[in-house]
Design a protein around this ligand. Structure first.
Ligand code: ATP
Ligand code: MG
Length: 393
């Protein structure tokens, strides 16, 4: 009997040696969780693939969710059939006819060496069957319209055609947990996506300066995080009340050093929260040279106040490359809604691009910033942004 199923391929995971089973189990868990709205799906977790038995669920709807799971290289709709040459030939013919392809190539992998027919003979048998049954069909070993994959295992044979591309990367959580600085702009949600894709589970921190920044900024952050919920179903958000500290910085630092000092304070607060919640690294949407605070000179001075590694996934991207990715993941339209960030509110005419460390230290020594940093950390608000489960189909 033929069973509809999906074969999931892992990609980079297969190079991971002895940790491979941890990777696969986590990927399996993440897939199950992503597909939990579909009733009755069956799962088999193997060393080199994950099988998802569709049990009547529509492939297209399941596929729409699978393309957003980090760590998944590709997947295919497949038929599981009996390990029997006649059945394999029949199923290959059906797949060919259904595909509308003209040229084809059969590619058999005989994992069960007890199967009596060798791979190249299976390929020839499939070729013969299709060529005989379908006038006009042709074998093309170099650039076939359709590749007919056959995998023969002890428990049965699997026949599949097109492989759909997944996100790639690593299963979410395998790399540990990090703290992402999220503003309402274009860059930080894209940077967050890239971190998640690489297997880093993220918590988010946002610095809010009400009443200078409106509640709309928080709504915007919520909307952005709901988009990122496609890749991580539960996102913890820390909202830091930053107004008092920001006003103080503006008073003591003056226009040109305000942003430098403000960002150093952000680092201190973020590190403190990260230590408290076991986040291994910080991450931001900074890109080299994009603004005054993102010259290498500024980055060096700002990072001196940071005691955790700072990841900058888009640091080498041009703005248009970031925008392209933002459109692809669906954050762009939200990011371009007008808003005031705490950085833009106190926007300053002449922010320094080559800050002087001595001067920075002198400004910071002029007030008890540690007490204010502690207040920010103490009064942080915590929220969980959860994936909204729509009906599966
Ligand atoms: P834009 O697309 O406007 O550049 P951005 O999010 O990159 O948006 P920047 O002012 O360039 O904003 O800030 C650089 C980085 O600093 C951001 O990517 C983000 O990681 C962090 N950041 C800036 N403002 C905030 C904020 N209010 N709260 C948390 N993180 C912030
Ligand atoms: Mg930016």
């Amino acid at each position: 009997m033929a069973t509809d199923m999906i074969i999931v391929f892992f990609g980079e995971l297969s190079t991971k040696g002895k940790n491979i089973m941890d990777f696969i189990r986590l990927l399996g868990k993440n897939i199950r969780s992503t597909l939990k709205a579909f009733p009755g799906l069956g799962y088999e977790i193997k060393k080199d693939h994950i099988y998802i038995l569709l049990n009547g669920n529509p492939y297209d709807e399941v596929a729409k969710k699978l393309v957003k799971v980090p760590g998944l290289l590709s997947f295919s709709l497949a038929k599981a059939i009996d390990s029997e040459l006649e059945a394999i030939k029949e199923e290959s013919l059906r797949l060919y006819r259904q595909s509308g392809a003209k040229t084809f190539k059969a590619d058999c992998r005989r994992i069960d060496k007890a199967f009596p027919t060798r791979s190249d003979e299976v390929n020839r048998a499939i070729g013969g069957k299709i060529l005989f049954a379908c006038p006009g069909s042709k074998v093309d070993v170099h650039h076939p319209d359709l590749m007919i994959h056959v995998m023969i295992r002890k428990e049965g044979a699997y026949v599949y055609g097109i492989k759909e591309k997944g996100l790639g990367g690593y299963p979410l959580g395998i790399a540990g947990k990090g703290l992402m600085l999220i503003s309402g702009g274009i860059d930080s949600p894209v940077a967050a996506f890239l971190m998640m894709k690489r297997g880093v589970k993220l918590e988010m921190i946002h610095f809010a300066a009400p009443p200078y920044t409106s509640e709309k900024v928080i709504d915007k952050i919520h909307d952005l995080l709901h988009v990122l919920n496609d890749f991580q179903e539960d996102i913890k958000l820390y909202v830091v009340p930053f107004t008092e500290l920001e006003k103080k910085i503006y008073d003591v630092a003056g226009p040109s050093y305000c942003v430098t000092i403000m960002r150093r304070m952000m680092m201190r607060i973020a590190c403190s929260i990260a230590y408290k919640h076991n986040d291994l690294v910080l991450a931001s949407g900074e890109s080299i040279g994009q603004v005054a605070s993102q010259t290498l000179y500024s980055i060096k001075v700002i990072e001196e106040a940071c005691t955790l590694p700072m990841m900058r996934p888009v640091c080498t991207y041009d703005k248009n490359e970031i925008i392209e990715l933002a459109k692809k993941i669906g954050t762009y339209d939200i990011s371009i809604r007008p808003y005031e960030d705490c950085c833009t509110i106190f926007a300053l005419k002449d922010p320094v691009t080559h800050p002087d460390m001595e001067k920075v230290k002198a400004i910071e020594e002029s007030f008890d910033y540690m007490a204010m940093v502690r207040d920010c950390v103490r009064n942080v608000k915590v929220e969980h942004i959860l994936r909204e489960e729509e009906e599966a189909f």
